[in-house]
Design a protein around this ligand. Structure first.
Ligand code: SF4
Ligand code: SF4
Length: 54
């Protein structure tokens, strides 16, 4: 998964739904770590479509 910095407004919704706990909200930045298995759940719930498969 990759985050489109221009779209993400750091609402934190993706952090809450990730089953792997792979997304972290760090100040004003979203980071996806190596635990991500590309399940796609976060991409579905992001209200602005900021998450996508690389
Ligand atoms: S759900 Fe989308 S807009 Fe919200 S923090 Fe995650 S990537 Fe950013
Ligand atoms: S694709 Fe799945 S595992 Fe990866 S960050 Fe999104 S919700 Fe988490």
């Amino acid at each position: 998964m990759i985050v489109n910095k221009n779209k993400c407004f750091y609402c934190g919704a993706c952090v809450a739904v990730c089953p792997m706990g792979a997304i972290e909200l760090i100040e004003t930045w979203i980071e996806i770590n190596e635990d991500c298995n590309d399940c796609g759940i976060c991409a579905k719930i992001c209200p602005v479509g900021a998450l996508g498969v690389k």
